[in-house]
Design a protein around this ligand. Structure first.
Ligand SMILES: C[S@@+](CC[C@H](N)C(=O)[O-])C[C@H]1O[C@@H](n2cnc3c(N)ncnc32)[C@H](O)[C@@H]1O
Length: 295
C-alpha cells in the first residue's frame, strides 16, 4: 500500500501551511481533518439517518435506477461531467499497457464517455480496445453519437452490471483493466459483492481494477437535506439517482474478500475554495487499485 510520500506525489502539491492564505488559491491538497471536524461530520450524518426516506420510495428508486439515470442524461446530455483529465496521472497503468500485444480495457458505468474519449485519443495508435458500458441507454446513445467514437478501437454497450448475465462482447478472463470512476457509489450497497465477483471473472490473471469514488463525509454527503437518506451513508439525490459514500476499509474488504490483492488504497482530501463567497468546501475521494492474482 502507498505511504504518505506517495500520496503527496499523487494528488497535487499545493499545501496550506498558513490559514491566512486560504483564499489565495482555488484548492488545497491533502488537507488534514482535526478531531472536531471529523466529529461534526459524524453528527451531521447521524441527523440524516433520523429522517430516512420511506422504504417504499427507496425501493422504487432502486428498482428503476436506470430510468432515473436515463432522465439525468436526457436533461444534461454530455454537459454535466467534465473529462477526467487526472486519469493518466492517477492511473499510469492505462498508458503503460504494452503495445506489442492486444490489450482490453472495460470502463463500467461510463456515462457519456468522459473517461473513454481521453483514453481513446491517448491510445488510438496503440493495440488497445476500450469496452465501455452503462445501464442508461440514453448515455450509451449520446456516447456513440460523439464524433470521436471509433468502432475500430471502442465498443460501447448497454449493461446493468448488477445482473447475472452481462451479455458482454468479451470473454471471461480477457480484460487487462477495469476502470471504475464514480460508479460503484451509484450501486445499491447490497449488490456490490456480486458486482465485484463479476469483475474477477472477466479480468485476466494479473489484470487490475482502477477505482476512484466518493469518500465518507465528502461535501456532497454532508449537504444532504432531511428525507434523502436511504440507509447509513446511502442517499438519493433530488433527481432520483443514488449515491453511497465509502470508507477506505469498506473498499478494501469488498475487493480482498473477492480474492483481489491490494496495490493502492488512498484517501484524497482536498479543500476547494470559493474565493468570491469566501466558502471552504471539503472534498473526500477514495482511490484504489486491486489486482487479480496471477496463477
Ligand atoms: C456518477 S455517474 C459517473 C459516470 C462516468 N463514470 C463519469 O465519471 O463521468 C455514474 C454512472 O454509473 C451508471 N450506473 C449506475 N448503476 C449502474 C449499473 N447497475 N450498471 C451500469 N451502469 C450503472 C449511471 O448510469 C451513470 O452513468
Amino acid at each position: 500500500m502507498a505511504d504518505d510520500t506517495d500520496k503527496k506525489k499523487q494528488f497535487g502539491n499545493r499545501f496550506l501551511k498558513n490559514e491566512n492564505d486560504v483564499f489565495k488559491h482555488n484548492a488545497w491538497d491533502n488537507v488534514e481533518w482535526d478531531e472536531t471536524q471529523e466529529n461534526n461530520a459524524l453528527l451531521q450524518v447521524c441527523e440524516h439517518i433520523k429522517t430516512k426516506m420511506p422504504s417504499e420510495k427507496a425501493v422504487d428508486l432502486e428498482n428503476n435506477a436506470d430510468q432515473y439515470w436515463d432522465k439525468f442524461y436526457t436533461i444534461h446530455q454530455e454537459k454535466f461531467f467534465k473529462n477526467r483529465c487526472w486519469l493518466f496521472t492517477e492511473f499510469p497503468e492505462i498508458t503503460s499497457l504494452q503495445n506489442d500485444k492486444s490489450n482490453s480495457i472495460l470502463e463500467v458505468g461510463c456515462g457519456v464517455g468522459n473517461s473513454v474519449f481521453p483514453i481513446l485519443s491517448h491510445s488510438a495508435s496503440n493495440n488497445i480496445h476500450i469496452y465501455c458500458c452503462d445501464f442508461s441507454s440514453n448515455a450509451i446513445n449520446i456516447l456513440k453519437e460523439n464524433s470521436e467514437y471509433n468502432e475500430e478501437h471502442c465498443t460501447a454497450f448497454v449493461c446493468d452490471i448488477t445482473s447475472d448475465d452481462w451479455n458482454s462482447p468479451f470473454a471471461l478472463e480477457s480484460l487487462d483493466v477495469i476502470l471504475l470512476v464514480f460508479v460503484l457509489s451509484a450501486i445499491q450497497p447490497e449488490k456490490l459483492k456480486h458486482v465485484v465477483r463479476k469483475f474477477y471473472e472477466y479480468l485476466k490473471p494479473g489484470g487490475i481494477i482502477l477505482f476512484r469514488d466518493y469518500g465518507r463525509y465528502d461535501m456532497a454527503q454532508l449537504r444532504f437535506k432531511e428525507g434523502r437518506c436511504i440507509s447509513d451513508n446511502y442517499y438519493s439525490r433530488g433527481d432520483g439517482t443514488l449515491v453511497y459514500f465509502f470508507t477506505q476499509d469498506e473498499v478494501k474488504q469488498l475487493f480482498i474478500n473477492s480474492g483481489f490483492e491490494e496495490v493502492q488504497n488512498l484517501v484524497d482530501r482536498r479543500m476547494q475554495v470559493n474565493r468570491g463567497k469566501q466558502l471552504k468546501m471539503y472534498r473526500v475521494w477514495i482511490q484504489c487499485k486491486y489486482r487479480k492474482p496471477t496463477l
